[in-house]
Design a protein around this ligand. Structure first.
Ligand SMILES: [Zn+2]
Length: 291
């Protein structure tokens, strides 16, 4: 398959910097979209020339990747640099697991790329209040543009007060943590109602986290870890994600804020690490006209 684009994933940053000390060499790149260039023997579909999002476990920052036919998902006429079916799969599975119900009050902590997409898919579930918290004003501006009913600037506003007020003191039915930070975990208990659902989407890399398990236990929280490792779950999520993209039910175009050519991959990772104002997601595009 001829790669069109490969998204830079937050989970790759530790390998890139060497902080996670993986066994090098590491071949990064798993958020791949492109066009079918050639079929293996006996493969009949997808057709040569078909635009697809694909599941690969690495090697994605390349001109070409080899992928199984069953791991290719039709992209329709969606611009390929926004066909991020792999991270979309994570969010599809996360929202299925969180299972927000009609009329639920939902708090999303963290308005980065994953938080934004979680918000978009949660909104499809017909929830009442969709409250998004982050420490960055520009992130909250984007969350409002995506339809957040309320945003909270952490550090300046008290999230628990806002949630209590909006819900008449009942607090949120579902709290989806998308920040991957200790601070986000610390605020969960103050915004989630008794017997509510706490869903972990954030990627908790770095030092061990601590949670007030006694309190969470007493509050009868339904704890859900939205990290999916089984290939079957990932593929299922990608199929649903591709269907949502093709139908226009979700659009990731606004989130791809930074594009880099393959030769500038270092800058792509540096940008994903430094997260300049307005940054949501970087992708590496393969420009065949220049290549
Ligand atoms: Zn990823």
């Amino acid at each position: 398959m001829a790669v069109a684009a490969c998204g830079v994933c937050a989970s790759e940053l530790e390998s890139w910097t060497g902080r996670s000390e993986p066994a090098y060499p590491v071949r990064l790149g798993h958020e791949v979209s492109g066009v079918v260039a050639e079929l293996g023997e006996g493969v009949e579909s997808p057709a040569v020339g078909a635009p697809v999002g694909v599941w690969v476990t690495g090697h994605g920052y390349a001109d070409y990747v080899v992928a199984q036919a069953a791991h290719c998902f039709a992209a329709g006429d969606v611009p390929l640099d926004t066909v991020l079916t792999e991270p979309l799969s994570c969010v599809v599975n996360a929202v299925h697991l969180a299972d927000p119900r009609l009329g639920d009050d939902v708090v999303i902590i963290g308005a980065g790329f994953m938080g934004h997409v979680v918000q978009q898919l949660t909104a499809l579930r017909g929830v009442r209040h969709l409250i998004v918290a982050d420490t960055r004003p520009d992130a909250l501006e984007r969350a409002r543009a995506l339809g957040a009913t309320q945003t909270v600037l952490v550090g300046e506003q008290d999230l628990s007060e806002v949630v209590a007020e909006l819900t008449g003191g009942r607090l949120a039915d579902v709290c989806i943590e998308c920040a991957g930070t200790q601070a986000a975990l610390d605020s969960v208990g103050a915004v989630t109602r008794m017997s509510g659902k706490v869903v972990l989407v954030g990627f908790h890399q770095g030092p061990p986290r601590s949670i007030p398990l006694g309190y969470w236990n007493w509050m009868a929280y339904d704890l859900r870890n939205a990290h999916f490792r089984e290939t079957s779950a990932i593929l299922r999520g990608m199929a649903v994600g591709a269907r949502l993209l093709r139908a226009g039910l979700v659009d990731l175009a606004a989130h791809v804020t930074h594009r880099f050519e393959l030769a500038d991959i270092g800058t792509a990772f540096d940008t994903a690490l430094s997260k300049p104002a307005g940054f949501v997601k970087a992708t590496v595009v393969i420009d065949r006209a220049c290549g």
